[in-house]
Design a protein. Structure first.
Length: 142
């Protein structure tokens, strides 16, 4: 056995050490407020996303009701990215580093918005690169 390995165990430690919470993960408001109010950034983002899902679910009677709902869901992620970027403390909205959180929320929210805008039938946005998407995926028209 090498001298460097003497006294070292291969078992995991009882207590995890060295793991720090992400930057900005403290509650947005103090303990004198209730939990949803203390965690208002994530509560707001989840609330807007829930409204978007409700619009998508119940908006089938409206023309393009699903679009309005999905745009709201995508907007909630973009709202989360803005909150994570500008607020010093966002509580549970902080998952990884500020850069990672903002990047992922922006990309995911942007993808949902763009896919909603180009959804068939009658897309609100026309992207020429998506005109032949079926051929790009291997489907051929006969």
């Amino acid at each position: 056995m090498s001298p460097a390995r003497v006294g070292r165990s291969r078992r995991r430690p009882e207590k995890t050490t060295g793991t720090l919470p992400p930057e900005g993960s403290a509650a947005a408001l103090g303990r004198s407020h209730t939990l949803p109010v203390r965690q208002w950034p994530i509560t707001l983002v989840l609330g807007v996303a829930a409204v978007g899902l409700a619009i998508t679910w119940f908006g089938s009677d409206l023309d393009n009701g699903f679009r309005y709902g999905l745009l709201t869901v995508g907007g909630s992620l973009l709202l989360g990215a803005v909150l994570r970027l500008v607020l010093p403390e966002v509580g549970l909205l902080a998952v990884r580093s500020r850069f990672t959180d903002v990047t992922l929320l922006t990309v995911l929210g942007g993808v949902i918005v763009v896919l909603t805008l180009v959804a068939q039938p009658d897309p609100w946005l026309s992207l020429p690169v998506l005109d032949n998407i079926g051929q790009l995926m291997g489907r051929r028209h006969h």
